[in-house]
Design a protein around this ligand. Structure first.
Ligand code: UD1
Ligand code: UDP
Length: 366
């Protein structure tokens, strides 16, 4: 009998990093793979599913404009429970640290179904940074039976919390697996003309950065765009209306700032490879950029991805206007400093994390 695996996810980054696992499970006769999406993201999820040609078996369709954390949690548990009761999978797979991840793990726990956590063990050890992701991932690890840690450091974090050693597996990060599907050496795009500009790709969306921190970052970028005509800023705006309204207010009407719709994953990875610099508060982008050798200024005070900092590709700069301006300018004007950061390194795996996870699942249920 094939092992019944039910994968549940709901946001863009979860989909990108679960897709390679789902493709692996689908093509492996040891498994019967089902996919449920919570629909926590609606617009930003669909392009990922299309790109990877994944058709969910169920969609909980929970997204509402400006949804609250408690709404998302309650609706997912409520709508997922009957599916788990009807399907009775051998294992539920969840990914990362979103509210879909936590609610799905909790729903599975209530049904006493085995839980596998992909991207386990990431920590800042700060309860509200990032919020609510740090607490989500700690709780999900506590609920999980199999913890797939992307790096040795994340495995050590789990050991420090007294997780059982035989439940922890170092697999690499499936973000690197996903890049095998996307990176195209012949890629071109109308937003990326060969004009010699210093291109800066920006993404920003974290809840703890909404409001004042985001305003400061956008004002630093506006100042830079006004003063340095050789700079081109490309900002694929997250669908959150709070992000979009602020970006349009602070960065609209600047000739060298492109405020564009979210890019699909094929475009985003190829944009990232063709920009000189990335500014982001994203988790996933911090994993992808080191393997592309593109320097990243991280718009946060903490990171759960210290491997990229040590590799030299990431630098944590926070969100203060003066710091963001100064650090960005330094990379623009100091080629030696830039070169030092632009070293390709890949602390996040060899692109075979999905196969490892499949083998571990097969062994766990043999
Ligand atoms: C969520 C995750 C965060 C993850 C991020 C990835 C939680 C609490 N947060 O944050 O961990 O880093 O996704 O992007 O789980 N919206 C749309 N269409 C979409 C997506 C969002 O309109 O496709 C708008 C809606 O108004 C929605 C709002 O954005 O209410 C916020 O979405 P939500 O999923 O609650 O939070 P994110 O900031 O996207
Ligand atoms: N990404 C994308 N299009 C964009 C911006 C980001 O496909 O316009 C991808 C990016 O390559 C990474 C993931 O989305 O794989 C990160 O998602 P996000 O920053 O929304 O969430 P986080 O990783 O912070 O949870």
């Amino acid at each position: 009998m094939p092992i019944k695996v039910l994968s549940i996810f709901g946001t863009r980054p979860e989909a990108i990093k679960m897709a390679p696992i789902i493709k692996t499970l689908e093509n492996d006769p040891r498994f019967q793979s089902k996919v449920v999406v919570s629909g926590q993201h609606r617009d930003m999820l669909a392009p990922v599913l299309n790109f990877f040609e994944i058709t969910p078996d169920d969609d909980l369709k929970i997204m509402k404009e400006n949804q609250s954390l408690s709404d998302v949690t309650v609706w997912i548990i409520d709508r997922l429970t009957p599916i788990l009761q009807a399907d009775v999978p051998d294992i539920v797979l969840v990914h990362g640290d979103t509210t879909t991840t936590l609610a799905a793990a909790l729903a599975a726990y209530y049904q006493q179904i085995t839980i596998g956590h992909v991207e386990a063990g990431l920590r800042t050890w700060k309860k509200y940074s990032p919020f609510p992701e740090e607490m989500n991932r700690q709780l999900v690890d506590a609920l999980s039976d199999l913890c797939f840690a992307p790096t040795e450091e994340s495995a050590v974090n789990l050991l420090k919390e007294n997780h059982q050693e035989d439940q922890i597996f170092i697999t690499g990060n499936t973000a690197i697996d996903a890049m095998k599907y996307t990176i195209d050496t012949d890629y071109s795009h109308p937003c990326l003309p060969n004009n010699g500009k210093f291109r800066i790709l920006v993404t920003m969306h974290r809840r703890e950065n909404l409001g004042e921190p985001m305003t400061e970052v956008f004002q630093a970028l506006a100042q830079l765009a006004k003063e340095k005509k050789e700079v081109e800023i490309i900002f694929p705006m997250h669908k959150n209306p709070q992000v979009r309204n602020l970006a349009k207010k602070e960065l609209g009407n600047l000739a060298n700032v492109q405020l564009i719709e979210p890019l699909d994953i094929f475009d985003f990875h190829n944009f990232a490879q063709r920009c000189e610099l990335i500014l982001t508060d994203s988790g996933g982008v911090q994993e992808e950029a080191p393997s592309l050798g593109i320097p990243v200024l991280v718009l946060r005070d903490t990171t759960e991805r210290p491997e990229g900092i040590r590799a030299g590709t990431l630098k944590l700069i926070g969100t203060k206007k003066a710091t963001v301006y100064r650090e960005t300018l330094a990379l623009l004007e100091d080629p030696a400093a830039y070169k030092k950061m632009a070293q390709a390194a890949n602390p996040y795996g060899d692109g075979h994390a999905s196969e490892r996870i499949a083998d571990i699942l097969a062994q766990a249920f043999q």
